[in-house]
Write a new protein. Structure first.
Length: 149
């Protein structure tokens, strides 16, 4: 019998987890009559909001790999659905920012909140050193997937 490679087992488990998370996101998109790119856009906007960063249409398009026309169509679609709003920047009134609405945040929490709560619960079972190792591994994998390693 061939010995199992624990590192490769972990990589396969990460792949399986990624597939399940993708399916969860696809079910959310389907149930809410959204395109998968709409979900990615909302996640990007909520991440920026949590980080205290302003998001312009150009920045959102770059994050999603969309051209200007595709970004405008996406924002228009999300705005019609009540998921985002366009607002003027307080610092520069010429800049238009894209923000998720409270409706979008509530909708996201209704679907992803239990999953996030479970992740937090699991992480609380690890000590600080173990959490740092998990975080380092995931950050390294994210960078590799983004083409940085």
């Amino acid at each position: 019998m061939e010995a199992r490679d624990p590192e490769l087992e972990t990589v396969h488990l990460l792949r399986a987890t990624t597939v399940e998370l993708g399916l969860h996101s696809a079910r959310f998109a389907y149930r809410n009559d959204m395109h998968p790119t709409d979900v990615r856009a909302l996640i990007a906007l909520m991440d920026a909001r949590r980080a205290g960063e302003e998001t312009t249409a150009g920045r959102l398009g770059a994050a999603l790999g969309l051209n200007s026309a595709g970004t405008t169509a996406l924002i228009d679609r999300l705005e019609r659905a009540g998921q985002v709003r366009r607002v003027r920047s307080g610092a520069d009134r010429r800049r238009v920012l894209i923000e998720p609405t409270e409706r979008a945040v509530e909708l996201g929490w209704s679907s992803f909140g239990p999953l996030i709560a479970r992740a937090v619960e699991l992480l609380r079972g690890y000590d600080a050193h173990q959490r740092a190792a998990v975080r380092d591994f995931l950050e390294g994998m994210r960078e590799a997937a983004a083409g940085g390693g």
